[in-house]
Design a protein around this ligand. Structure first.
Ligand code: BES
Ligand code: MN
Ligand code: ZN
Length: 506
């Protein structure tokens, strides 16, 4: 989908459909101009009670006399005082849902004047592109009859101010790239475990590399190479599976200096998590196909990076295995040796994410990274603590934690900081090995972070637990594509830092 900026009077703009946000109270901005040009059509619809501009309400007016547009789509955004980022996003999604049902190829959105405290028009525009792409997403790969795809190919964004053209275009470009990355992550997440295996992820990385015109260098390590390397912790997780494990590395070097220290993203890629010998209960187990959500977000972010080509070095590492019970599977009580050399007593084979991630973190050391961020559907405890709204954040570096929190606010893909205090570390003590892989029921998200921190002592590191945010359950079951927005913003902020003149610190 294209997102051009047009400076025009929305009343005269020729398009198949003009979308206009309407807030409660007096009509303002584009809505007022469309109202004036159409013999008060909008105010009359509101007065008669045919349209209530509550948040999420939409009304399609199929003929719009006096307007250049063939159709008018009213989108309620509720009260202007209450409008915040979440409500703005919800209003946009509702507008896009209504818009994308129409059999049209071209539409325009006129509503950048909405008043959102602290947010500029370029941010509003960015969210429009992201929302359009997210809403247009259909997962039809597995249907025998895929159904009609969305017909819209162009959504113009109407600006009243020619001066802001470049800013708006920049916002739309970022929003569209994030939308694309989010959808890439959703597709990988939604694919079932019998298709999306560690091998499949490896092939997907190779395809991404082959299509990148040399921008992405891809290396896929198989089981023999991992054995030779000593990544025995990663391998211990896939022991019970017929599907071979993989460590996938994607290197993007966009910085002026190709030796500039890279930012490393590490994704948990458990393509199905049965729990292994510590088998999970049956109810809802299908959702454990989403246990590669961290890996999916890393793929999605690399897709966005290839689209935006930031002047920055980024390395993506995906640790992928299938966690199955079997005669050869790792058992509770087994002791394994990690790539770092530390030994781990596996008290619960369902705490497998940390076992693949620890070796990937050790592998990351070889890149002498500026920062390492791992992303993982790691603990049910995170879902209990934060629900489906916030991603859990743990870090050994407060500056890095703040950078990630800020990126989450900017992309509106938010995280919440949890403590990594020494007091929690003793929960991992083992009588038989260097550490245990579980720390008991209490503070389960934090002790998982503590486990990972043992393998992240040589670089600034953060961990994002996306167990609650990577997918939706119930009727709207599906991958969310989070936290591609946060990660992309984090990288764009690092790029801006690199290219900005170094500030004096006092
Ligand atoms: N993939 C799960 C975490 C998970 C559970 C994510 C439910 C989303 C929803 C992870 O591998 C796991 O099983 N964790 C265990 C750890 C426990 C055994 C210490 C958990 O959270 O129960
Ligand atoms: Mn598990
Ligand atoms: Zn898992």
């Amino acid at each position: 989908m294209e997102f051009p900026v047009v400076t025009a009077n929305p009343a005269q703009l020729e398009t198949a459909c003009i979308v206009v946000p309407v807030i409660e109270g007096d009509l303002t901005g584009a809505a007022a101009r469309l109202d004036d040009a159409s013999e008060k059509l909008i105010s009359q619809l509101i007065e008669r009670g045919d349209f209530k501009p509550e948040l999420g309400n939409t009304l399609l007016v199929p003929f719009a006399p006096g307007l250049g547009a063939q159709r008018l789509l009213l989108a309620g955004f509720g009260s202007e005082e209450k409008l915040d980022e979440s409500r703005y996003k919800r209003g946009l999604d509702a507008a896009m849902t209504a818009l994308l049902k129409l059999p049209i190829e071209d539409a325009a959105f006129a509503g950048l004047e909405l008043n959102l405290e602290l947010r500029e028009a370029d941010w509003m525009a960015r969210m429009i592109a992201e929302s359009a792409l997210r809403t247009a997403y259909r997962f039809t790969e597995m249907k025998s009859k895929p159904g009609e795809p969305v017909s819209l190919t162009r959504l113009s964004v109407v600006s009243a101010d020619k001066q802001r053209q470049a800013e708006l275009e920049a916002g739309l470009r970022v929003g569209a790239a994030i939308g694309m990355g989010v959808n890439e992550a959703r597709t990988l997440g939604n694919l079932p475990g019998n298709i999306c295996t560690p091998r499949y992820l490896g092939e997907r990385a190779e395809q991404l590399g082959a299509a990148s015109d040399g921008a992405l260098k891809v290396t896929v390590l198989g089981e023999e190479e991992l054995e030779e390397l000593g990544a025995l912790s990663l391998l211990s997780v896939g022991r019970g599976s017929e599907e071979p494990s993989r460590l996938i590395v994607m290197e993007y070097r966009g910085a002026e200096d190709e030796n500039e220290a890279p930012h490393v993203l590490v994704g948990k890629g458990i393509t199905f998590d049965t729990g292994g010998i510590s088998l999970k209960p049956g109810a809802g187990m299908d959702e454990m196909k989403y246990d590669m959500g961290g890996a999916a977000s890393v793929f999605g972010t690399m897709r966005t990076v290839l689209e935006l080509k930031p002047k920055l070095n980024v390395v993506a590492i995906v640790a992928s295995a299938e966690n199955m019970p079997d005669g050869r599977a790792t058992k509770p009580g087994d002791i394994i040796k990690t790539l770092k050399g530390l030994t781990v007593e596996v008290l619960n084979t369902d705490a497998e994410g940390r076992l693949v991630l620890c070796d990937a973190l050790t592998y990351a050391e070889r890149f002498e990274p500026a920062s390492v961020v791992d992303i993982a559907t790691l603990t049910g405890a995170c879902v209990i603590a934060l629900g489906n709204h916030a991603t859990g954040l743990i870090s050994n570096d407060d500056d890095l934690a703040l950078d990630l929190l800020d990126a989450g606010e900017e992309a509106w893909d938010r995280a919440w900081h949890m403590p990594l205090w020494d007091e929690y570390q003793t929960q991992l003590d083992s009588n038989f090995a260097d550490i245990a892989n579980i720390g008991g029921r209490e503070a389960g998200m934090i002790t998982a972070g503590c486990f990972l921190s043992r393998f992240a002592d040589t670089f600034p590191w953060a961990h994002l637990d996306i167990a609650g945010t990577a997918w939706m359950s119930g009727k709207q079951k599906g991958a969310s594509g989070r936290p591609v927005g946060l990660l992309t913003q984090y990288l764009l902020d690092r790029e801006a830092e690199l290219s900005a003149p170094q500030e004096e610190t006092v």
